[in-house]
Design a protein around this ligand. Structure first.
Ligand SMILES: [Zn+2]
Length: 452
C-alpha cells in the first residue's frame, strides 16, 4: 500500500512525535570532544542510539547497529520500497553534538526546554531536530503499514562532529554494501527558509535553500624540520623559525573571490526574486539579503586556510629538530588540488604539508526528480514560497557518501521567522529551533518520501 494522505489525527501524531523525539534526544548529552578515548567518551552516543533503536522497534521496525569502536554505534533501518529496481534514497542524521559550556547559556543546554515557542538545547538545529523528524516519519509509515515508492534507508551516524571518522567514513569503508543500490541522500543544513522582498508583489516571500554543494576540508599539519642544537649556538636551520615563516606566508596569502556554479545559481535566484542585481566586483552590498544564511554563504566565496594549533620545543635551551602547526583548509568544489599545491608552495622546502583528514567537496545536480520533489513538498506546505540551491561552507556526512557516487543534499525543512539569524545557531550559544518549524519539517518530509 502506497503512502496515503494522513488523517488529521495521524498528522498531529507525526508532528507531536517529531517535537517530542527532538526534545528527548537533546536531553541525552552526546557531546563529541574528538578522539576516541572511552574515558572522555562517556555513554552519550550509545544511550542515544539505544533510544533510536527502541523507538524503531516499538513500531515493528528492525534496526541494525554497527559499532565502529566501543561506544560508537551507528543505527541503520530500511523500509523496502514498492519499486525495488529504482535507486534508493538514504536519509541520514548524526547523533553526536559539539560540546556546550553551560555557564554561557541562558538555559540548560541539555534540558530540552521550550520557551516562547522555541526548543532550546545543543543539537536543536545540529541536528537532533532532523533526527526527531526522521524517526517520527518512519514511525508514521510503519504504523500505517504503508510502503514508500522506492527503498528508503535511514542511517543515524556517530561522530559527525569530529570529521565522521568513527561514523560515516567508517561505515562507508567497512560496510559499502549498505550503500549499494542507493543513488541519493538527504541530510542536514538545507531546506530552511530565508525571507526576501519580492519585487513582483512588493511583499516578503520565503525562499527555501536546498543545499546542493559543500566546500571540502583538509585538516592537517605543517611539519617543519631543521637542525637540532644547543640554545647557545647560532642556528640558521631552526625548525621553529621555518615553521613561523610558513605560517606567516599562509596567513598573508589572500584567496581571491571565485563564484562557483552553486553560488551563482543562488545569487541569480535571489536577484530574480528581489530585482536586486549582484555585482561580481562588490558582492558585500548583496549579502545582507541572505538573512539567516548569510554566514554560510559568505564562507563559500573563497578558499581559506587557518592555522589552528602549534606544537614545538621541549626545553628552553634546546633547538628542536621539528616543529608542527595544525591547519584547517576549506576549499570550494573542484579546488582541492590547486589549494594543496598552493599550500605546499607557501610552506616552503623545509616544511612538509601532511593531510590527516580529508573531507571531499560535494556538488549534486540542481535539477532532476528528487530536487523537484523537494521543491514541490516545500511549496505544498508553504504555498507561494520559492526554492533555491546553495553551497554550504561547512561539511556534513554527505561527503563520504559522495565518494560512493551518491548525490547528497542538505534537506532539513524548517520554516523560520524572518528575523532569526539561523547560521550562528550552529555550534552557537542558546542553540534553538522554533517548535513550529519542526512540525513543518515533519509534514514536508512525509510529502517528500511519498512523492520521491
Ligand atoms: Zn551537523
Amino acid at each position: 500500500m502506497p503512502i496515503a494522505d494522513p488523517t488529521a489525527a495521524e498528522l498531529e501524531q507525526l508532528q507531536d512525535e517529531a517535537v517530542r523525539l527532538t526534545q528527548e534526544l537533546i536531553r541525552i548529552d552526546t557531546s563529541n570532544f574528538g578522539g576516541n578515548d572511552p574515558e572522555t567518551w562517556g555513554k552519550g552516543e550509545t544511550e542515544a542510539a539505544d533510544h533510536v533503536v527502541a523507538q524503531l522497534r516499538e513500531v515493528g521496525l528492525e534496526p541494525e547497529v554497527y559499532e565502529s569502536a566501543p561506544g560508537r554505534p551507528t543505527v541503520v533501518v530500511t523500509l523496502p520500497g514498492e519499486d525495488r529496481e529504482r535507486g534508493g534514497l538514504i536519509i541520514h542524521g548524526h547523533l553526536d553534538v559539539v560540546p556546550a559550556r553551560a555557564e554561557d547559556w541562558s538555559v540548560d543546554p541539555f534540558g530540552g526546554e521550550i520557551r516562547d515557542g522555541m526548543l532550546y538545547g545543543r543539537g536543536a538545529v545540529d541536528m537532533k531536530d532532523m533526527v526527531g523528524m526522521m524517526l517520527a516519519l518512519v514511525r508514521h509509515i510503519a504504523r500505517t503499514g504503508a510502503t514508500p515508492p522506492r527503498d528508503l534507508r535511514l542511517i543515524f551516524f556517530a561522530d559527525e562532529e569530529n570529521g565522521s571518522v568513527w561514523g560515516a567514513k567508517w561505515l562507508v569503508a567497512e560496510h559499502p554494501e549498505l550503500f549499494e543500490g542507493y543513488t541519493e541522500a538527504i541530510s542536514e543544513v538545507g531546506g530552511y527558509s530565508i525571507t526576501l522582498p519580492e519585487q513582483a508583489t512588493g511583499e516578503d516571500v520565503r525562499a527555501y535553500l536546498v543545499q546542493t554543494a559543500e566546500k571540502g576540508y583538509a585538516w592537517g599539519r605543517l611539519r617543519a624540520t631543521g637542525r637540532a642544537g644547543h640554545g647557545s649556538v647560532p642556528n640558521d636551520e631552526n625548525a621553529i623559525v621555518r615553521l613561523a615563516r610558513a605560517i606567516t606566508a599562509i596567513d598573508e596569502h589572500e584567496f581571491p573571490i571565485e563564484y562557483v556554479a552553486s553560488v551563482r545559481a543562488l545569487f541569480d535566484g535571489v536577484t530574480e526574486i528581489t530585482g536586486t542585481a549582484w555585482d561580481e566586483e562588490d558582492v558585500d552590498a548583496f549579502l545582507p539579503l541572505l538573512g539567516g544564511a548569510r554566514q554560510f554563504v559568505t564562507g563559500t566565496l573563497r578558499d581559506s586556510a587557518n592555522i589552528t594549533q602549534l606544537d614545538a620545543g621541549y626545553k628552553v635551551n634546546v633547538i628542536p629538530q621539528t616543529a608542527e602547526a595544525g591547519f584547517d583548509v576549506r576549499y570550494l568544489p573542484g579546488h582541492l588540488d590547486e589549494v594543496l599545491d598552493l599550500l605546499r608552495e607557501l610552506a616552503g622546502e623545509h616544511v612538509e604539508v601532511v593531510i590527516d583528514n580529508l573531507g571531499v567537496d560535494t556538488d549534486a545536480p540542481r535539477e532532476g526528480a528528487l530536487y523537484d520533489a523537494m521543491a514541490a513538498a516545500l511549496q505544498a506546505e508553504d504555498p507561494g514560497s520559492k526554492v533555491l540551491p546553495y553551497c554550504l561552507s561547512a561539511g556534513t556526512d554527505n561527503k563520504p557518501l559522495t565518494q560512493l557516487g551518491i548525490a547528497g543534499y542538505g534537506f532539513t525543512p524548517l520554516q523560520l521567522p524572518a528575523d532569526l539569524d539561523f547560521a550562528p545557531l550552529f555550534h552557537g550559544i542558546d542553540e534553538r529551533v522554533p517548535v513550529d518549524a519542526i512540525r513543518f519539517g515533519a509534514r514536508v518530509l512525509l510529502r517528500l518520501v511519498r512523492d520521491c
